[in-house]
Design a protein around this ligand. Structure first.
Ligand code: AKB
Length: 315
C-alpha cells in the first residue's frame, strides 16, 4: 500500500485530494503537510505536520519519518499572486519544487507536481492547443511552470526519479476557495450567485479559458500516478481539460438554476492580461491516449453539481 506525503494540503487541490486519497489508501497512509494549521477535516482525519517546503532538511526528514514512497507537491503561489510578487514566486515555486525533487531522489519516492495552462503564452496556438507546442509564457507563474516541467524531466532522466505531472486548467470546487489565481472567478461566481444573486467579473466578456471540475482533477492525479511508467511519453506535462467557457456563458448556465442572477464587469487589468495570454481551449488527447484521461463533467453538469453542493454548504 502506498505511503503518500502531500505538501500544501490545506490549499484548493490539497484539501480535497487528501481526503480522496485517504479514502482510497487508508487515512494512516496519507500524511498532510502545510505551512499553517487549521481546524478542518484534513487536519483531523489523519496524520498532519507543519512544513515549510523551503526547508529542505525538514522536508526530507518528514518524508523519511513517514517512509513516504509518493510525494505530491502542491505548495505554490498561483498566477495572479505571483504576478504581484514575482521574486517571491520564483523563490517559493522553484525552491519548493527543487526541495521536493531532492527529497524524492533521496527517499526514492515517486513525485507528482501540478503544471498549468500558464505554461502557454500569446504566441501559442489558442484553439486546440497541442500537447507539444510553443512555451513562451509572459507571467512569472508561467515561467515557473515551464522551468518546473523541465526540471522534473531532468530529474527523471538524470536520477531516475519517477516524476509525473499534469497541466491543470482552472479548477472549480465547492469545498475550498482557490487563492490568487486568474481562474478564481469561476468559483467566486457561484458563492455570489447563491448569496447575493449577482457577480462582478474581473475578466472581460468573451474571455475563454479551460476549466475542470475538482472530481475530474482528483481522478486525473490518481490515474496518472497509477499509470504504467512505460506508457508515459509526456510524463511531466499532460494537457487536461473538462470544458472551456467565457464569463457570460457560465452566467447563462447559472441562470438556468438561479433565474434572477445578474453578471456585471469591472476588469482587473493584471488578471485580464494573464487570461488573454492563455489558450481558449487546449487539446487533451495525449493524456487520453497515454493513460486514459476522460473528464466526466462538462459545463452543465458541473454547474448543477456546484449549485446543489454549495447551496447545501452555505445554508
Ligand atoms: C491560476 O489561475 O493561476 C491557476 C492555473 C490555471 O494554474 N488556476
Amino acid at each position: 500500500m502506498k505511503r503518500i506525503m502531500i505538501t500544501g494540503a490545506l490549499g484548493q487541490i490539497g484539501s480535497e485530494l487528501t481526503l480522496f486519497l485517504r479514502k482510497h489508501y487508508g487515512a494512516e497512509h496519507v500524511l498532510a503537510t502545510d505551512i499553517r494549521k487549521n481546524d478542518t477535516e484534513v487536519v483531523r482525519s489523519g496524520p498532519f505536520e507543519l512544513l515549510d517546503v523551503m526547508d529542505r532538511k525538514a522536508f526530507n526528514e518528514a518524508a523519511g519519518r513517514f517512509h513516504a514512497d509518493t510525494i505530491i507537491h502542491l505548495a505554490a503561489l498561483l498566477s495572479a499572486v505571483a504576478e504581484g510578487n514575482p521574486l517571491l514566486a520564483w523563490h517559493l515555486n522553484m525552491g519548493g519544487l527543487l526541495n521536493a525533487l531532492e527529497t524524492a531522489r533521496e527517499q526514492k519516492a515517486q513525485l507528482f507536481t501540478p503544471s498549468s495552462i500558464g505554461v502557454f503564452g500569446p504566441s501559442t496556438q489558442k484553439i486546440m492547443t497541442p500537447q507539444e507546442t510553443v512555451l513562451r509564457p509572459v507571467t512569472m507563474y508561467g515561467v515557473n511552470k515551464v522551468a518546473g516541467e523541465l526540471l522534473a524531466d531532468y530529474y527523471f532522466h538524470k536520477f531516475s526519479v519517477d516524476t509525473r505531472g499534469i497541466r491543470f486548467p482552472g479548477l472549480i470546487s465547492y469545498m475550498t476557495l482557490p487563492g490568487g489565481g486568474t481562474t478564481d472567478y469561476a468559483v467566486e461566481i457561484f458563492y455570489d450567485a447563491i448569496q447575493n444573486g449577482r457577480y462582478t467579473s474581473y475578466l472581460r466578456q468573451g474571455t475563454y479559458i479551460d476549466m475542470m471540475y475538482m472530481p475530474d482533477a482528483l481522478k486525473a492525479i490518481a490515474d496518472v500516478m497509477e499509470a504504467d511508467t512505460k506508457q508515459l511519453k509526456h510524463r511531466n506535462a499532460y494537457n487536461v481539460t473538462g470544458m472551456s467557457f467565457s464569463p457570460e456563458e457560465l452566467a447563462l448556465e447559472i441562470q438556468n438554476h438561479l433565474p434572477g442572477f445578474t453578471l456585471e464587469y469591472k476588469i482587473d487589468p493584471v488578471r485580464q492580461r494573464i487570461a488573454d495570454s492563455w489558450p481558449d481551449q487546449i487539446d487533451a488527447s495525449a493524456a487520453k491516449n497515454e493513460w486514459g484521461f476522460v473528464a466526466q463533467y462538462d459545463l452543465p453538469k458541473m454547474t448543477k453539481d456546484m449549485i446543489e453542493k454549495l447551496s447545501d454548504k452555505l445554508a
